[in-house]
Design a protein around this ligand. Structure first.
Ligand code: TYM
Length: 331
């Protein structure tokens, strides 16, 4: 690996607008890690087609996601950013890893169970999803994987797949560690479930103040606080938790007291959060606007990323084929 640094790999699906959960749970950490590690970040379009989607919309989603990541500070000078389907070795390795993956483990994955409950027909891609994720990571022999807590189980399976493959074909793959970087599970507007595109409870990352207000005004606060004059409990309020990410320590301490003494109502508390969030996110929004005006630059970054990724991926697949006794590709 370059200059003996550990290698970091992570991925994100182009399955909808980037949201605050992605940003706080993963992307901020992606950016910070580029200071210390060799980082490879991937827009995983082949994962996104395991659930119903609109083919005509996918290219635009990939591009918007790339713009959102770059605008959030993912710097192509300091890391590799590319689209998964541009590097066919991902699917080749996924197939080979399927052969050492226990079916029982796949069917026990929480995300598989959640997602398969929501569709009429469960396709095999949904079940094999974590094998492709393992291939993404192992293809680059990455040893660290920054993710939100919801992905920790998939990382455990990746380690298990690496162990099994190494046990059968000889030590090669490192067992990668999840880096959750203190990024907890960010809850959605309902204040109960994980913020997620599929739950329809997200706060978009690239929204302006007006759009932020239109979603934040619906956010669920302390459910026990029914009337304005009731005291609230910030400890159980997701709006207060979000203040922790976007408001100053002083303002947070002030709101804590005001909420407990019914000195501030939930609407005003949400208005303050909206203003602070909009201010914090303004540079990201501006930078996204600039990138939208320069589509060739975005294409160039993703093409260069895919070239760099492929140079690493092809070496891994050649080694894996060799150890598995699979014929070389014809020249
Ligand atoms: P995805 O696209 O759902 O989410 C991208 C990243 O955002 C994190 N995240 C959250 N963190 C905290 N709170 C939330 N509410 C929240 N919502 C999303 C996710 O944990 C993730 O880090 N299977 C992966 C994509 C993937 C991948 C990989 C990740 C494919 N291959 C290889 C790492 C390595 C996924 O669906 O992420």
């Amino acid at each position: 690996m370059t200059q003996g640094k550990s290698r970091v790999f992570s991925g994100i699906q182009p399955s909808g607008e980037l949201h605050i959960g992605n940003y706080l749970g993963a992307i901020r950490n992606w950016v910070a890690l580029t200071e210390e590690y060799e980082c490879i970040y991937c827009i995983v379009d082949l994962h996104a087609v395991t659930v119903p989607y609109e083919p005509a919309e996918l290219p635009g989603r990939i591009r918007e996601l790339a713009i959102g990541l770059l605008a959030s500070g993912v710097d192509p000078e300091r890391c590799t950013l590319f689209v998964q389907s541009a590097v066919p070795e991902h699917t080749e390795l996924a197939w080979l890893l399927n052969t050492v993956t226990p079916l029982g483990e796949l069917s026990r994955m929480t995300q598989f169970k959640d997602k398969s409950d929501r569709v009429d027909t469960v396709n095999a891609g949904l079940l094999n999803y974590p094998v492709l994720q393992a291939a993404d990571i192992l293809l680059y022999l990455a040893d660290r994987v920054p993710v939100g807590e919801d992905q920790v189980q998939h990382l455990e399976l990746t380690r298990e797949i690496a162990r099994r493959w190494n046990g059968r074909f000889g030590d090669y793959f490192p067992e990668p560690q999840a880096l959750t970087g203190g990024g907890k599970r960010i809850l959605g507007l309902d204040g109960m479930s994980k913020m997620s595109k599929s739950q329809n409870n997200t706060i978009p990352l690239l929204a302006d103040e007006e759009d932020l207000w239109s979603v934040l005004r619906m956010a669920v606060t302390d459910p026990a606080r029914v009337r304005r004059e009731d005291p609230g409990n910030p400890d159980v309020c997701n709006v207060f938790t979000l203040h922790g990410h976007f408001s100053s320590t002083e303002e947070r301490a002030e709101i804590d007291v005001l909420c407990r003494t019914a000195g501030i109502g939930c609407v005003d508390c949400k208005r303050r959060l909206t203003a602070n969030m909009a201010e914090h996110l303004a540079p990201i929004r501006d930078s996204a606007e600039d990138l939208r005006a320069n589509p060739d630059r975005v294409t160039e970054i993703l093409d260069e990323g895919a070239r760099r990724a492929r140079a690493i991926a092809s070496v891994t697949v050649a080694e894996v084929r060799d150890r598995m006794g699979i014929a070389r590709r014809s020249p």
